[in-house]
Write a protein that binds this ligand. Sequence first.
Ligand code: ARG
Length: 462
Amino acid sequence: MAQLWGGRFTKETDQLVYNFNASIGFDKRLIDQDIEGSIAHATMLAKQKIITEEEKDAIVFGLKGILEAVKSGNLQIDENEYEDIHSFVEANLIENIGDAGKKLHTGRSRNDQVALDMRLYTRMRVQETDALLKELLKAILEIMENNLETYMPGFTHLQKAQPVTLAHHFGAYFEMFKRDRLRMKDIFERMNYCPLGAGALAGTTYPLDRDYTAELLGFYGPTDNSMDSVSDRDYLIEFLSALSTIMMHLSRFSEEIIIWNSNEYRFVELDDSYSTGSSIMPQKKNPDIAELVRGKTGRVYGALMSLLTTMKGIPLAYNKDMQEDKEVVFDAMDTVKDCLVLFTGMIQTMGFHSDRMAVSAMNGFTNATDAADYLVGKGVPFRDAHGIIGRLVLYCIEKNTSIDALSLEELKEISNKFEEDIFEAVSLKTCVEKRLTTGGPGPEAMKKTIERCKAYLNSENE
Ligand code: ARG
């Protein structure tokens, strides 16, 4: 056990206490950020003449050496020896370069150090999540472009409602994941300020240049209030909330794919490479990836609840409770990344049975609204038309047939307003093509939507 703070203590830490307290097992993934932050801190200390140029050069050389040695496998991060990644880096620095290494922590606390490391790391993961969302949007858009006239039933209450197209259905998810990207951008904008220089909680008496450190690390500027700087984890909560929303969207989409992939629907065919079999039932081809994405939603929501609860009773400023931010956040970031990558691959390789979708759209009276609208066109008030078509549907159910399969004579028995043009009016093609309101499924409306989607993806400041 090599501790940074042994001086005040006369007894060794109990081993169980040490293990319970240690975070190196999970914060070792912050090594790049810890070293990047330390290099910036040392550079600023030299600029402010708090350390010499030579000391700074030695520190920077030493820090880069540690990172290289860890990356190449020449230096192991010994989890029994060091409490956290900050101790590991500092101890190795001192061992490698001697006294200059002891000056690195001047005007800094692990409290602002960990606040910085976590921000740098999260900032990168926010950008990564955004890039993965963009890939998913591209995959969705491609399916939309290829399926402007792939008819399918649209549902409400999971009951067939009105016909739509596959392009239109996927377009709904395009909007959801687009909003998820906007949330990433928003989080980035709010979190991109540098907490380094807040010290333990009350700043420091050294003449630090916080603007300079912030600039070196690509932040918009330094955070303000030093107590808030070391105890703010809002950006993690915002990120977890946005990740939860992404998972909610992926989970809804997964649920639909699972239903569409069932024997009863067979709207889609999952690629063999994205399905799994059963150990006992040879006929099975299961949508496990979609099910796992749906299932993993729970742990991401859990991470959000966990951190919200951790933070709720913490007095200012830093308290060790906050170390609990890491495992749940890391797990949520990793989970969402895997889900986005796999989900994108799954839809890119998925086949669509457009024939089955069209048949399904034709059965189930998805054209009933259009039949009522037809009568409205013949001068029948909508409420009366609704009643007439209701009776017509009942008649069809009894006869086990559909509106468009009835003869004109049968139709006229129910209302003499029906003419030969009813068949055209309630055909699947007409029902979809006439829905041309902005955002509607008609192919001409969808083409405009797709243009907007493309313009969004191509725009530089999306
Ligand atoms: N491992 C700690 C964390 O993750 C680092 C900060 C420790 N600060 C302290 N005063 N003990 O929060």
